[in-house]
Design a protein. Structure first.
Length: 437
């Protein structure tokens, strides 16, 4: 059964929940329990908070809201409410200990799988069940990316290893691609697991523009650094200039100069910065400054999505750059299979109709755009997922990183963060308007 019938929905939900839990188990078992309660960075929660928060959200949405059952641990809800406790304060909360957190998440999961077997997946009184299972699987995978960021910030020897991405390259590529002007369909109204901020589908007029064929590489970024990029105020927004001055920032996060060369530390291993890889761990301000130095700019969110989804032959928007098929290992570097981005120009099978590469996977891509609702937006199922973050203080990132699972990544998926953030798996590509030709 590969269609959209109830059995296929059920199977997809089971697979997505199971894959997420396998990843969570790996991320929370590859270090000693003592490290789960430690604060590896004030920017992040202790790993044991993510673990119990995953279980608590699952309890709230699937056990309570979908199944209509009585709360299992209502007294811990406030501890795991992200809005009540900023990340830096979470280590000092009376959190469930690692063993308790594991047992709680496992207990919720056992109950939820019973619910999945016995619940009609069509519309339910409180929340649509088919959507809720997908939302919770995505939520866990999002926290699995968050936990991988915590692992990257953690000191000490490697706890996680993975093979490097395959070398999947073909001939020389043009540096940029022209995307013709005209309307395209942005967002979605029919992707079943799309979150509220991706909805609804709506027309957008996007004038012609050029966009980089691949994300900006470490090699290109090193040229910006060598040209005094971090010491020339001309390239920087005032807030970005203030940040690099205050914190003495002269390179992407996790980079260190050793004699004549730049090294970077990744998951406990230090190595020379590979020039052909997309640059990673840069803030929106660094991406914006690089683009200005290069005589270009960041793409808007609409430009990014048009480059990723618009098929100029049919005029329709695809689910992914390569078409409507779910992401396979030949299309994109996703799912923590490899703990690094692939060389720029990789994944020819994942190219867009116009030949833009690596839009999905590898690195999150900063866009020029503020995180704002689409026309017709309706918060669903809760205001705290997206709505409370709308506004000029958050910038949109697109495309997903090597750390994102396919279930939480699509051509329409929108991520957001503060423009100063650089511990996330963030890179970028640049663009320019075509009317300046
Ligand atoms: C969409 C990645 C910004 O991690 O803050 C997790 C996802 N929302 N739990 C975040 C999320 C609630 C969210 N981002
Ligand atoms: Fe969460």
């Amino acid at each position: 059964d590969t269609g959209a019938g109830p059995e296929a929905l059920r199977r997809r939900a089971l697979e997505a929940l199971t894959a997420a839990r396998d990843r969570t188990a790996l991320l929370t078992s590859c270090v000693e329990d003592g490290e789960l309660t430690a604060q590896h960075s004030p920017l992040m929660s202790p790993l044991v908070w993510d673990l119990a928060h995953i279980g608590n959200q699952e309890e709230q949405w699937l056990w309570r809201a979908v199944a209509g059952r009585e709360a299992l641990r209502p007294e811990i809800d406030p501890l795991y409410d992200a809005f009540q406790h900023p990340r830096a304060s979470r280590p000092s909360l009376p959190l469930l200990a690692p063993g308790e957190a594991r047992a709680y998440a496992a207990d919720v999961r056992t109950r939820v799988l019973d619910v999945l077997e016995s619940t009609p997946l069509e519309g339910r009184p409180l929340v649509d069940a088919a959507f809720a299972f997908g939302m919770i699987a995505q939520h866990e995978q999002q926290h699995d990316e968050t936990m991988l960021i915590t692992h990257q910030l953690r000191k000490g020897p490697a706890a996680l290893t993975a093979p490097p991405p395959p070398v999947l390259r073909s001939g020389p590529l043009p540096t940029e691609v022209l995307v013709p002007g005209g309307p395209f369909t942005m967002g979605t109204s029919d992707e079943p697991w799309a979150l509220d901020n991706e909805r609804p589908a709506h027309p957008r007029l996007v004038p012609a523009f050029h966009i980089d064929t691949t994300p900006v590489t470490n090699g290109a970024y090193l040229a910006f650094m060598a040209d005094g990029g971090y010491t020339d105020r001309r390239w920087w927004r005032p807030e970005g200039w203030a940040q690099i001055r205050e914190h003495g920032i002269t390179a992407p996060l996790f980079w260190r100069r050793d004699g004549g060369q730049w090294l970077r530390r990744r998951f406990g291993v230090t190595e020379p910065v590979p020039e052909e890889e997309p640059v990673l761990h840069v803030s929106w301000y660094e991406a914006d400054a690089y683009a200005r130095w290069a005589g270009r700019r960041l793409p808007t969110e609409a430009e990014w999505e048009k480059a990723a989804r618009h098929d100029p032959v049919t005029g329709l928007s695809r689910r992914y750059p390569w078409g409507d098929a779910d992401p396979g290992p030949e299309h994109a570097n996703l799912g923590q299979r490899h703990l690094r981005p692939a060389a720029a120009g990789s994944y020819p099978a994942g190219a867009s109709p116009l030949g833009v590469r690596q839009l999905i996977g590898d690195v999150w891509e900063w866009t020029a755009s503020d995180f704002l609702p689409y026309p017709g937006f309706a918060a669903f199922p809760y205001k705290e997922y997206s709505e409370v973050f709308f506004g000029p203080e958050h910038k949109v990132l697109r495309g997903g990183s090597f750390a994102v699972d396919p279930v939480a990544c699509r051509g329409t998926f929108r991520n957001w963060d503060l423009p100063v953030r650089r511990q996330i798996f963030s890179g970028f590509r640049t663009a320019r308007s075509a009317e300046l030709d």
